[in-house]
Design a protein around this ligand. Structure first.
Ligand SMILES: [Zn+2]
Length: 189
């Protein structure tokens, strides 16, 4: 049942500004950790969660979404499913278990999670198709409540600018700390 809610750990933190969490080096809002990375709207990946895509999604875009879902599911008992049902994608107000991913052109960032509205936007121009999977896994990490991880701390899917490293065991452990429904021993290596 618990979806799109603020985990108890974050319950006292509320922000009014739209927080842009981007993997793009162009993004001035991209920080390397700390409270600025605390997302307002977060989703429980281990309860049923629907990724809503436009019916006009391309094969490469859909493959990127599927790769991101698979990368998280390789680490945690996620219950994430993607749908290209246009009605679901455009639903207003959205159900609490719906996380839209919009592929955009003329978007100034490579990818971002807008935590105020609970939407991921991915640039289909600034990212190569083979980068979609990790970039989306990174933004999903923000949607699950993860902040950035500085590369000097550890390799992580949440390293700023990461387009190559899939979620790690440590990343999965952080998600499981936020969401009890994910609390199994994350699978390695
Ligand atoms: Zn980020």
């Amino acid at each position: 049942m618990a979806r799109r809610q603020t985990p108890p750990r974050l319950s006292t933190l509320r922000r009014t500004a739209v927080l842009v969490l981007s993997i793009s080096s162009f993004a001035t809002a991209c920080t390397s950790g700390g409270d600025n990375d605390t997302a307002e709207t977060v989703f429980d990946p281990c309860s049923p969660l629907q990724i809503a895509l436009s019916s006009s999604v391309t094969d490469a875009e859909r493959a990127g979404v599927d790769a991101a879902i698979a990368a998280w599911n390789a680490r945690l008992p996620t219950q994430i499913a993607a749908s290209a049902d246009e009605a679901l994608y455009r639903q207003t107000p959205r159900a609490d278990d719906v996380l839209p991913i919009e592929f955009a052109t003329k978007f100034g960032l490579r990818a971002a999670y807008f935590d105020k509205t609970g939407v991921i936007i991915v640039s289909s121009e600034l990212l190569a198709p083979e980068e979609f999977g990790v970039a989306i896994a990174h933004e999903m990490g923000h949607a699950f409540g993860l902040p950035h991880v500085d590369p000097s701390v550890r390799p992580s899917v949440m390293n700023v600018g990461n387009t190559t490293l899939a979620p790690t065991v440590e990343d999965a452990t952080e998600v499981a700390t936020l969401w009890p429904s994910c609390s199994i021993t994350p699978t390695g290596p």
